[in-house]
Design a protein around this ligand. Structure first.
Ligand code: FES
Length: 150
């Protein structure tokens, strides 16, 4: 358990106490919340399909990818593509490994999930909240066109 999780759980406990819960009712609610927060980890790994998706960065839709830190969320194909500071173009699944929410984004030099705050480095490795890495996809660049192979 990391420090961030410990702080979150302490805050939950204090919150429940302020609601007036005590004794057995407090523990029942508190344990129910904390135990459920970790047991739903998504263990489904994406299966490679060989399908390719292209992003032409000379179009306004994908131009944000030309800048370091820029990213594009492709909800149709469940991909997030980012122009990372230290690993070039990286494509990861939109689906978080924590509880399977489709809320992965890129910000401040890392991938993150807005559902419960999981963070992942520029190679998709889990940093906080989630314990498993994001599925990553091969990205190739030809001129201004990125091709992601699923
Ligand atoms: S689903 Fe929980 S942090 Fe992403």
């Amino acid at each position: 358990m990391n420090t961030e999780n410990q702080v979150e759980k302490l805050n939950r406990l204090e919150f429940l106490k302020k609601l007036g819960l005590n004794g057995a009712s407090l523990m029942a609610v508190y344990c129910g919340v904390t135990m459920s927060s970790c047991k739903n980890e998504d263990n489904t790994a994406a299966t490679p399909t060989g399908k390719t998706v292209t992003y032409d960065m000379s179009t306004s839709t994908f131009a944000t990818l030309l800048n370091k830190g820029g990213f594009y969320v492709d909800s149709t194909n469940s991909i997030v593509v980012a122009n990372t500071s230290d690993n070039g173009y990286v494509a990861v699944t939109l689906v978080c490994t924590h509880e399977g929410q489709r809320q992965i984004k890129y910000a401040t030099n890392k991938f993150m999930c807005s559902a419960h705050g999981a963070t992942f480095d520029n190679r998709g490795n889990a940093l906080t909240v989630a314990s498993r890495a994001l599925t990553t996809y091969k990205v190739t660049q030809t001129g201004n066109v990125l091709t992601v192979t699923l």
